[in-house]
Design a protein around this ligand. Structure first.
Ligand code: 5GP
Ligand code: MG
Ligand code: MG
Length: 190
């Protein structure tokens, strides 16, 4: 029994992801070069658990000094639909007052989670908030979020409106360890 057997199709392969992550890291290097911003290193905030692989690969390709921390926001049960109002269930360790924050997400779907996280980080006094998401499903957006200060938006891939798993993304906490992003066979969750 292999995890692969539950996947209907591969949307973004390991190679495609690796190439795109390199491009995003280079862009972040350029945009957050100390001469352009402030002397303090940007704080990369990974949204647990989904962003863990993306964050790990991204930070290893970033060449400027960065600080890494994690935050957790929960809105999903074990299903495939967001239940609306997310809450912060695990907060930052690092003080982000006056810092440039780059929020690293696995996927932006309705936008609820991101709107909640941005409001939270803004209230902690971040001087800018950028978002770097592996995937974006614009077809499902319900909430518009606003970046803070000179924050930028980085997106790995636009994702079609399927429920996807792998490379950090789960269904009922499984499939996160697949090295690619794929579409789960619908009969497994319908
Ligand atoms: P939002 O609050 O934008 O609706 O949803 C954000 C969170 O829902 C993501 O961080 C992710 O954890 C989860 N999510 C949204 N779409 C998908 C999907 O297609 N697959 C998986 N595995 N999780 C998703
Ligand atoms: Mg997430
Ligand atoms: Mg999930």
């Amino acid at each position: 029994m292999a995890l692969d057997d539950d996947i209907e199709s591969v949307l973004f392969s390991e190679e495609q992801i690796s190439e795109r992550v390199s491009e995003l890291a280079s862009q972040i290097d350029v945009d957050f070069n100390n001469t352009n911003t402030s002397p303090s290193s940007p704080v990369i905030v990974g949204v647990a658990t989904g962003a863990f692989l993306f964050l790990a690969d991204l930070v290893r390709k970033i060449k400027i000094p960065v600080v890494v921390d994690f935050i957790r926001a929960e809105s999903y049960g074990s299903g495939t639909e967001s239940n609306g109002a997310p809450r912060i269930s695990f907060d930052l360790k690092i003080d982000i007052q006056g810092k440039h924050v780059i929020l690293v997400e696995d996927i932006v779907d309705t936008g609820n989670t991101l709107a909640c996280l941005i409001a939270h980080l803004k209230s902690k006094g971040a001087s800018s908030i950028s978002v770097c998401t592996l995937l974006d499903k614009p077809a499902r957006r319900r909430v518009n979020f606003e970046l803070v200060g000179k924050g930028k938006y980085y997106c790995g891939f636009e994702c079609p409106d399927y429920f996807v798993v792998g490379y950090g993304l789960d269904f009922a906490e499984l499939y996160r360890n697949l090295p690619y992003v794929g579409v789960l066979k619908p009969e497994l969750y319908k």
